[in-house]
Ligand binder design. Structure first.
Ligand code: PSU
Ligand code: MN
Length: 325
């Protein structure tokens, strides 16, 4: 990673203290705050998720682009600003330089957050759902940059699978092609965000944080760069009935097509329509699954910190002391 990155990053006091103490840090994305949930549920959920990570003995680092810096960890005012903003840019890999250079407010996607987490030396990132291969991609070419980022950037991403607004089968094919392992947590099949079972198998199943950490270390110790997807299904009591979410997904997709929504606007449009069409029911599911992911991610970060290789390449910013293996 380039030494020149340091001047574009700014760490919160909490994250700086964690780095100095060797406490594991868990990255969180901000598109889910700015584009994935309505205010004020978004800010409340973001705070709760951060608290859950602290309760598990790790430190949260919500990532966003604010005033010309990549922020690794947000304070209360920054979180509120992002949650209330109506004009926050959606920042994927492609968008990072523009938003940084202009000083605009930016919410990072899974891809954008992975880039920033890797620059900051953070190994675990918790989100809701990853982007993927859109239905109709064979003609639209609409494949989320999240998948390319997973192919190249070494961050473990804890999610509740992928929404069925996507072609989940093609998404898994794409990940396989690019050498990205998909781990099922607590079940054999890949999760489908609002529902527990996508109908497709994950590559393997690893239920404990220790087993997941061993797997991830084996990959990275070998120099096999790239991410790992941990598919953690929504808790059963919070899952939505499949027929209900399928009907709403079809309606949202049809509306997006009728309105000619294309490019980076597609996913935010679909997310907002699903929240509106389910009358908030999907929001409760979304909040429950992110909270669950936060616990799994924090435990994984702790297990990885206890399973670090003897000599780890240090981050360009100079890491604090790492926990011994
Ligand atoms: N899928 C979800 N929730 C989300 C997103 C996707 O279930 O919040 C957001 C994430 O930030 C993800 C981005 O990285 O949308 C993907 O957008 P696109 O499809 O334009 O790559
Ligand atoms: Mn797209």
């Amino acid at each position: 990673m380039p030494d020149t990155a340091a001047r574009w990053l700014a760490f919160s006091d909490e994250v700086l203290a964690a780095r100095a103490a060797g406490t594991p840090v868990v990255a969180l994305e901000s598109t889910i705050i700015a584009h994935g949930m309505p205010w004020p549920d978004n800010v409340r959920t973001a705070r709760e998720v951060e608290s859950l990570i602290r309760a598990e003995g790790a430190v949260p680092a919500t990532i966003a682009v604010i005033d010309g810096r990549i922020r690794i960890g947000l304070d209360e005012a920054q979180l509120e600003r992002l949650g209330q903003a109506r004009d926050a840019a959606k920042v994927s890999r492609r968008d990072l330089p523009a938003v940084l250079a202009s000083g605009a407010l930016g919410a990072t996607t899974v891809a954008g957050t992975m880039v920033c987490a890797a620059l900051a030396g953070i190994e675990v990132f918790v989100t809701g759902g990853i982007g993927g291969v859109h239905r109709g991609a064979p003609t639209s070419f609409d494949i989320s940059a999240d998948l390319q980022e997973l192919a190249r950037t070494s961050v473990a991403v804890v999610c509740a699978g992928a929404k069925s607004i996507l072609d989940i089968g093609l998404t898994l094919e794409y990940l396989e092609t690019h050498g990205v392992p998909v781990i099922g947590c607590g079940q054999d099949n890949f999760a489908a965000f609002y529902t527990r079972d996508s109908g497709f198998r994950a590559d393997c199943r690893l239920d404990t944080a220790e087993a997941q950490a061993r797997f991830i270390r084996a990959k990275w110790d070998l120099g096999l760069a790239g991410g790992v997807v941990l598919s953690n299904p929504v808790p059963a009591e919070a899952a939505m009935p499949r027929e209900a979410i399928d009907a709403i997904t079809d309606q949202a997709l049809a509306e997006a097509a009728a309105q000619g929504i294309v490019g980076k606007a597609v996913t935010p449009y679909l997310l907002a329509r699903i929240v509106a069409l389910t009358g908030g029911r999907s929001l409760a599911t979304n909040i429950a699954l992110v909270r669950h992911n936060a616990q799994v991610g924090a435990r994984l970060a702790r297990a990885l910190a206890g399973n670090a290789p003897p000599s780890q390449p240090s981050s360009p910013l100079g890491d604090g002391p790492r926990r011994a293996g």
